[in-house]
Structure formats: C-alpha cells, structure tokens
Design a protein around this ligand. Structure first.
Ligand code: HEC
Length: 107
C-alpha cells in the first residue's frame, strides 16, 4: 500500500511549477494528505468520490471558484461541526498547499 502511494507520488514530480509557487514539496504534501485527510476526503487527482460523502474531493475544492490557499487556511483554522480541527505544522502546510495547487486545473 505504502509502495503504491509512493509510486503514485512519483508521478506528481512533474508538477514543478507548483513546487516553485509555494516552496512546498508536492510529494510530501500528497503523503500528508493521505495520512491526515484521506479518511474523509478523496485526495487523489481524478478521484471525486470521497470516503465521507459529506467531505468534498480535494480536486473539487481547489477547482471551485474562490477557493484559494488562503481560504483553505482559514477553513482549517475555523472550528467545524462536521470536520475535526486539525493543527497542521507550517512545513506540512506548505507541502499540503503545493499538493493542492498541483490539483488545480488552471494554475
Ligand atoms: C474526519 C473527517 C475529515 C477529515 C480527517 C478531514 N476533513 Fe476536511 N471536511 C470534512 C467534511 C465532512 C467537510 C464538509 C464540511 C461542511 O461542508 O460543512 C470538509 C470540508 C473541508 C474543506 C472545505 C471544502 C469546501 O470548499 O467547502 C476543506 C478545505 C477541507 N475539508 C480540508 C481538509 C484538509 C486539508 C484535511 C487534512 C489536513 C481535512 N480536510 C481532513 C471532513 C474531514
């Protein structure tokens, strides 16, 4: 399983522009999303059905209008009833955003 994730992550190395934008590591961000967010969200490109049907797929989130890194950051720092509050370390956050940016249809 872990190998499969790593192999998939390798494909993402192509997203060099996303790396340059945020300074985060797309592959680390992808792994992080798998560890922390994937219990509920579909986190992979091309997967639009989340394990928790109330949680929108990441690809949908980043491609919906008005969802910038900032609005995701604000979301993560706002208490929710449906989603647990998750403290993301700043380095993990950079990686996470690098990964999220790589899912954007139009960078
Ligand atoms: C325990 C389940 C769960 C986990 C784990 C989780 N989420 Fe969520 N998340 C949800 C649910 C459910 C919603 C929808 C909540 C709503 O619309 O009220 C949501 C909504 C969101 C939204 C807002 C989507 C939108 O545009 O409306 C963002 C951004 C988000 N999650 C990011 C994350 C990130 C990043 C992680 C990992 C660090 C994460 N979530 C982990 C359940 C979860």
């Amino acid at each position: 399983m872990r190998f499969a994730i790593l192999a998939f992550g390798g494909v993402l190395w192509g997203s060099a522009s996303a790396l340059a934008q945020t300074g985060g590591d797309v592959v680390e961000g992808h792994l992080y999303a798998h560890h922390v967010c994937a219990a509920c969200h579909a986190v992979d490109r091309g997967v639009l059905a989340s394990p928790n049907s109330a949680a929108p797929a990441f690809q949908r989130i980043v491609n919906s209008s008005g969802r910038s890194d900032l609005s995701v950051l604000v979301w993560l720092h706002t208490p929710h009833q449906t989603m647990p509050d998750i403290e993301v370390e700043s380095e993990d956050l950079r990686d996470l955003f690098a990964y999220l940016d790589s899912l954007r249809d139009e960078p």
